[in-house]
Ligand binder design. Structure first.
Ligand SMILES: *Cc1c(COP(=O)(O)O)cnc(C)c1O
Length: 519
């Protein structure tokens, strides 16, 4: 429990729960959960339905020939199985989740309530447009907010994640270059970039050219300018960058990129640090993705799909993916072929119109916070990160001194010659009841630990986290190497052999196989 109000903590020392032998394998109320296939009792079913009458098959011999091997269980067995599995998860709803670059902030319940309103939840993308003017209005309102907050004139809402937003942006840039008969072959990407940046550029057929960082953790402007040339299609720059630092020379960088005839793509995954304080349009960017599941509090994974809208400059707007929402004489319309645009646009990015449920949640977040509330969220995210920085900078090794934005980058210099690695330290944090920080990313420092508390955390929660981190760094100093090597010991499963897990993954268990061997 990380809310600071409870003293319930599992200590690996003393009565080590992992050493208690019980008849069932259960430990306290932690139930040792068998695979659902191991719980199979053939023929058992949750519901009692009458045998279907003899029907004449219309499948022409393609019908199923035998059992498909679904396990037989009663409804309560299924409910317990999945409920127990869900309880083995760590989530933002159970505690601080300091995963840098991911902005694991609270997902307000108001968002969920609104997304479940039947008028929004039950509509279908193939419904006649005349029956869903409200949905179009909602999408257009989300677009309005995103354009206002970024200062950009256009937005493409369909991308389903940040990575797909990058793809959308670079495809728009490539279309714009091709439209002017300009074939360019290189995309510049700083060394600290998220892996999706070079992957996107390569997927679009560009050669990726890495730009080194300078001593302050920012992109080295001299090196960048030396790499610019008539064959450079774009620069992909993250701001604030993945070292948690604002790129202070971004305006000069934008000017240099434009002078070379290239486009400036900004990775806006870290927008949470600057919403309401900085308008990306004022920095000279041409195109930027936003992660609704980061900055705008929609759930990550599990709780719903991602959503990565892309804002575009006036020059790139004609190349945005189809369809467009356009205000016509009779209100909003969805246009597959807006006048003249079909020739420019690269077409559709995905089916339908984007992640509607995420638009509802993001709009609920924006409207319930208001412009001042969004700005305060950004300021509090930066404040929380700097609080952690100041409380931890003497315990760990801070990579770049001075104030940070929404996240703090440490490296493994404080672990030098101790026998403990960044991975060991992260695993020991699990025993302390925390999801680990981002490890070994960004690549510009050795053994990176990237911490992002977000604005959601109360001071008491940050203080408890600091105590856990301090206890671990003291344990490092007093040479408790074996404790780190063994961690985690308080979890249902111990440390995996990560090499074997990557090289020989066992993705399937079949009845009769030895499960231990499979693990
Ligand atoms: C999260 C992230 C991405 C990718 O976004 P997804 O929504 O996970 O695809 C790209 N760049 C940075 C800096 C990120 O933090």
């Amino acid at each position: 429990m990380n809310d600071g109000s409870s003293a319930v903590r599992i200590h690996p020392a003393g009565a080590n729960p992992s050493t208690i032998d019980t008849a069932t394998g259960n430990r306290g109320l932690q139930i040792e959960e068998k695979l659902i296939f191991e719980q199979d009792s053939p023929g058992q079913c949750g519901v009692d339905l009458p045998e279907p009458p003899d029907l004449r098959s219309r499948l022409g011999g393609l019908e199923r020939q035998g059992r498909i091997g679904l396990p037989g269980l009663s409804e309560p067995q299924v409910v317990r199985h999945f409920t127990r599995l869900s309880q083995k998860n760590y989530a933002i709803d159970t505690g601080l989740y300091p995963l840098g670059s991911c902005t694991m902030k609270h997902n307000p319940r108001l968002n969920e309530k609104l997304a479940r309103l039947p008028g929004l939840a039950d509509i279908h993308p193939l419904q006649p447009l005349s029956t869903v003017p409200g949905a179009l209005e909602l999408i257009d309102t989300v677009a309005h907010w995103l354009k206002t907050l970024t200062g950009m004139p256009a937005v493409a809402l369909s991308p389903a994640a940040g990575a797909q937003g990058e793809l959308c942006g670079i495809m728009s840039i490539r279309s714009a270059l091709e439209a002017r008969g300009d074939r360019r072959s290189r995309v510049l990407v700083p060394e600290s970039a998220h892996g999706t940046n070079p992957a996107t550029a390569a997927a679009c057929g560009y050669a990726v050219d890495h730009v080194p960082a300078d001593a302050t953790g920012r992109v080295n402007r001299g090196a960048l300018e030396a790499k610019l040339g008539p064959d450079v299609a774009a620069l992909m720059l993250t701001n604030p960058n993945t070292c948690g630092l604002f790129e202070t020379e971004i305006i000069e960088i934008a000017a240099a990129v434009h002078a070379a005839g290239a486009f400036f793509y900004c990775d806006g995954a870290n927008f949470n640090a600057i919403v309401g304080r900085v308008r990306p349009a004022d920095l000279g960017i041409d195109c930027m993705h936003l992660n609704l599941h980061k900055t705008f509090s929609t759930p990550h994974g599990g709780g719903g799909p991602g959503s990565g809208p892309v804002v575009l400059s006036a020059a790139l707007a004609p190349f945005a993916p189809l369809p467009w929402i356009v205000r016509g004489a009779n209100g909003l319309e969805l246009r597959e072929h807006p006048d003249g645009v079909a020739r420019c646009s690269f077409g559709r990015l995905k089916s339908y119109h984007g992640q509607m449920g995420m638009f509802v949640r993001a709009l609920a977040y924006m409207m319930s916070h208001g412009a001042d509330g969004l700005r305060q969220a950004a300021e509090d995210a930066v404040l929380n990160a700097n609080y952690l920085r100041i409380r931890l900078e003497r315990e760990l090794s801070l990579s770049f001194p001075g104030p940070c934005m929404h996240e703090i980058l440490f490296d493994d210099r404080f672990l030098k010659d101790t026998g403990v690695t960044t991975l060991d330290f992260a695993k020991a944090l699990i025993d302390e009841g925390y999801h680990p920080m981002t490890m070994y990313f960004p690549l510009v420092v050795h053994g990176a630990m990237l911490l992002e508390p977000t604005e959601s955390e109360a001071k008491s929660s940050l203080d408890q986290f600091v105590e856990a981190m301090k206890a671990l760094s003291e344990a490092v100093r007093s040479g408790e190497v074996s404790r780190f090597r063994a961690a985690p010991v308080a979890t249902p499963r111990r440390r995996l052999d990560e090499t074997a897990a990557a090289r020989r993954p066992v993705l399937r268990w079949r009845p009769g196989e030895d499960r231990q061997a499979a693990e």
